[in-house]
Structures are given as C-alpha cells and as structure tokens.
Design a protein around this ligand. Structure first.
Ligand SMILES: NC(=O)c1ccc[n+]([C@@H]2O[C@H](COP(=O)([O-])OP(=O)(O)OC[C@H]3O[C@@H](n4cnc5c(N)ncnc54)[C@H](O)[C@@H]3O)[C@@H](O)[C@H]2O)c1
Length: 254
C-alpha cells in the first residue's frame, strides 16, 4: 500500500476557488481523493472542479461562505451525501488586510478578519469532526501562516487570527488524537497567489522587501504548499499531530 496515496479518500477543501486552496484541491485529486471544492465564489470553484475533472479526477463544487454556520453545515453534508464519507478537510479560506497597523484597523475590520480567518476554522471543524469520529479516522489541515508564529508588522488582525488558528489547531489535535483524527496546520510563507498579488498591488519595493525576508530568495508557489498539505493528509504523516509546519523558504528560521 502506497502510504502517500489518497485513493478512496474524500477530501473537503475550503477556499478552493483560488490560490493555495485551488492548488491543494488539484493535488489531492491527483493523489486519488474525491474532492469537494468549496468557496464563496461559485464560478471560481466550478473552474477548479473543471480542472480536476479535466485531469481525470472526481470533484464537486459547493458554494459556501465559511462564516455562515448553516452554510458550513450544508457544505459538509453535501460532501458526505455526494461521496459517502469525509476523510480529509483542508480549511484554507481566508483573507488579508492592508498593512494599516493598530490605529488604522477599525473594529469592523478586526471583527470581519477574525470571523473569516479564525471563527470559520472553528465552524468548519465543528461540522467536519463528527463524520471523522464516526469513521474513527480523519485528517484535518488548517491553513495558518508564518504570521501565526511570529508577528507580521502592521497586520494586527491578520496576525491575531493566524495565531488563533495555530492555537485552535493544537487544542483540537490533543482532543481528537486518541480517537484517530489528526489535526495539524500549515504555516506558509509569502506565496504567489491572487491574495498576495492584491496585497502587493504592483508595489515592487514591497515585493523585494518580502522576498528578502525569505532566505531562499524568492516567494513560494501554491503548488509547494499543496505538496505539503497532501503529505500531511496522507498515512505517510501518521505520527504528525498538533504540528504547525512552516513551508516558507526559511523565513521563520531566522
Ligand atoms: N498567499 C500567501 O502568501 C499566504 C501566506 C500565508 C497564509 N496564507 C493563507 O492561505 C489561505 C489561502 O490564501 P491564498 O493566498 O490562496 O488566497 P486567495 O485569495 O488566492 O484564495 C482565498 C480563497 O478563499 C475564498 N474565501 C474568502 N473568504 C471566504 C469565505 N468567507 N467563505 C468561503 N470562501 C472564502 C476566496 O473566495 C478565495 O477563493 C488563507 O487562509 C491565507 O491567509 C496565504
């Protein structure tokens, strides 16, 4: 048995319409999983599913806002109804904000970012976990950030939300490990996705500064993050529990 294979597994990926979520959906499908691709942007999600099916994989597109409790429950139910189980969940949907610092961040900005990046991960796990406990196995991968481990200057809400994802991951990992469900998070460094391009908005100086924070001398690709997610989801990572894994060209090692 190939311990890296995801054959027979059903995987749910949120934020599947773009960037890391799309690359992860494609990679999990390549590894043999049937993929439920979920995002608030339905046309983009359908595009992801078309890419998977064009590659010979099986996938379902689901429109879901991960901040909406009933939409999250419906999303998870749709996965189980379509494919019969839920073995893997990658909670990837998220947003960033402009680098406005503590005084430029309004209470509304703060609440929205915490809701989209942190509360959503709680809501998703709450809906995903019962199906995994019923099966006695499962792997959950939350997409945090390097900003979940160290402070990102001028991004107080983003940093707090991602530190929250790391802490939430560790707590739920402790609770579920004895029951066969592994919970981990991946902490990407700066990765070239539509989110990052939007954040940089063509500012070459800011991009150079960002690159210089990564000892490898470049930004990451969504595919490099997806490769790590695939491994953590697989039986090849069977002893990996409660980990916050940096995939960041050495950024956090400094
Ligand atoms: N790109 C980076 O440099 C980087 C670095 C570290 C961590 N991350 C994290 O990786 C994850 C993916 O980021 P990305 O760079 O691929 O971004 P992206 O903007 O390319 O993709 C994010 C996806 O999430 C979806 N989304 C946003 N809010 C949603 C909601 N409420 N409900 C459902 N879907 C929603 C968007 O529609 C989009 O398709 C995020 O959690 C982000 O914080 C990204």
């Amino acid at each position: 048995m190939d311990r890296f294979s995801l054959d027979t597994r059903v995987a749910l990926v949120t934020g599947a319409g773009s960037g890391i979520g799309r690359a992860t959906s494609l990679e999990l499908a390549r590894a043999g999983a049937r993929v439920v691709a979920a995002d608030s942007d339905l046309p983009a999600t359908v595009e992801t599913v078309e890419l998977i099916c064009g590659d010979g994989g099986r996938a379902l597109a689901v429109e879901a806002d991960v901040t909406d409790v009933s939409a999250v429950d419906t999303m998870v139910d749709a996965a189980v109804t379509e494919f019969g189980s839920l073995d893997i969940a990658v909670n990837c949907a998220g947003m960033t904000s402009p680098p406005l610092g503590i005084l430029g961040t309004t209470p509304e900005d703060w609440r929205r970012l915490i809701e989209v990046n942190l509360t959503s991960v709680f809501l998703c796990m709450r809906a995903e976990v019962p199906h995994m406990l019923e099966a006695g196995r499962g792997s959950i991968v939350n997409i945090a950030s390097g900003a979940g481990l160290v402070g990102a200057n001028l991004l107080p809400a983003y940093t707090a939300s991602k530190h929250g994802v790391v802490g939430l991951t560790k707590s739920v990992a402790l609770e579920l490990a004895p029951r066969g469900v592994r919970v981990n998070c991946i902490c990407p460094g700066a990765t070239r996705t539509p989110m990052l391009e939007g954040f940089l908005s063509g500012n070459e100086l800011m991009e150079q500064l960002m690159v210089s924070g990564h000892p490898i001398g470049r930004l990451g690709t969504p595919e490099e993050i997806a490769d790590a997610v695939r491994w953590v989801c697989s039986d090849a990572a069977s002893f990996v529990v409660g980990a916050a894994i940096t995939i960041d060209g050495g950024a956090i090692a400094q």
